[in-house]
Design a protein around this ligand. Structure first.
Ligand code: ASP
Length: 322
């Protein structure tokens, strides 16, 4: 039985020209670490669910990505994190939103899936449930990051909210404003197929810098940012959340496979390169099907991504392959 895993750390205007070799190495090392940790679970015969949770936790613990420790600041100067997880075996799912102090939101989503009768919890109630589950909490200082704080301060001057967790300098931030196509999204996610033929997907994010009014993106929404079904595939998305919600991206890929018999590649092409592009939905996704085929499509300049399959293929990539 084939098995494998794919992960992402966000898509967007990620250009080789704006990277230094040192920074590139930081990102690829972090991706490789998360990939190896997730793959090790599968290799030992562990479940796809454990593999995706492990990989996403690793990315959540890394300040480079917009999830967990690296979550961006919202308009109130705090963090509101979203996460979801889904099992393709029985279509069980868990999702959380507007989480402020849970160290690993993906594990809270998993607890919702396995230990709560509901699928989606949000805000204070979700955190109360996390306490009951004895999940680890972290104070504001854990989520504080000078770079993210600067980003937020700059975003605040304009009252805008930004999908770009990688707005690194004032200059590139202004570039982002001038050019709506110049964005980066730092959400993280993982999809996996285990030795028993079970698929799973998980996604975690801090959302948009300076977001307000309790904005929630696609990442915690089952069917939009995350989906898994053993009959078809497992998907985790990253990109402009509003457009991914409106296109029901993750479920759409599965539905094209289930009802139209499209291959994983054809379904990804249809949704990421045609449907999303038509409405200006910038971003990408990672996908694995029940045979272990992996696709990593994106319609933006780049996507932090990595995959490893039992067939021997391993990739860690950032930019468009030419
Ligand atoms: N999709 C996420 C959101 O809209 C952003 C991202 O992918 O980084 O919240």
């Amino acid at each position: 039985m084939n098995f494998g895993i794919a992960i992402h750390g966000g898509a967007g205007t990620i250009l080789r020209s704006s990277m230094t070799p040192e920074k590139e190495k930081l990102f690829t090392d972090a991706l490789r670490t998360a990939l190896q940790q997730g793959y090790a679970v599968l290799e030992k015969g562990g479940s796809a669910l454990d593999a995706v949770e492990t990989a996403v936790r690793s990315l959540e613990d890394c300040p480079l990505f917009n999830a967990g420790k690296g979550a961006v600041f919202n308009n109130a100067g705090t963090h509101e994190m979203d996460a979801s997880i889904m099992s393709g075996k029985d279509l069980s799912a868990g999702a959380v939103s507007l989480i402020k102090h849970v160290k690993n939101p993906v594990s809270l989503a998993r607890a919702v899936m396995e230990k709560n009768e509901h699928v989606f919890l949000c805000g204070d109630g979700a955190e109360d449930f996390a306490k009951q589950m004895n999940l680890e909490f972290a104070g504001d200082e854990y989520f504080y990051d000078a770079f993210r704080f600067e980003q937020w301060k700059k975003a605040q001057e304009t009252e805008g909210s930004f999908l770009d967790h990688n707005i690194e300098t004032q200059d590139t931030r202004h570039k982002t404003q001038d050019n709506p196509n110049d964005k980066k999204f730092g959400t993280v996610g993982a999809v996996a197929l285990d030795k028993d033929g079970n698929l799973a997907a998980a996604t975690s994010t801090g959302g948009m810098t300076n977001k307000k009014f309790g904005r929630v993106g696609d990442s915690p929404i089952i069917g939009a940012g995350t989906y898994a079904n053993n009959n078809t595939c497992a998907i985790s998305c990253t990109g402009h959340g509003e457009l991914f919600i409106r296109s029901v991206v993750a479920y759409d890929i599965s539905a094209l496979m289930e009802y139209k018999n499209l291959s994983l590649r054809e379904a990804c092409e249809e949704v990421v390169m045609k449907k999303l592009v038509k409405i200006g939905g910038e971003g990408g996704l990672i996908a694995i099907d029940k045979h272990g085929n992996i696709e990593l499509p994106f319609n933006s300049e780049g996507m932090y991504r990595a995959m490893k399959s039992s067939g021997g293929t391993e990739k860690v990539e950032i930019y468009k392959s030419i």
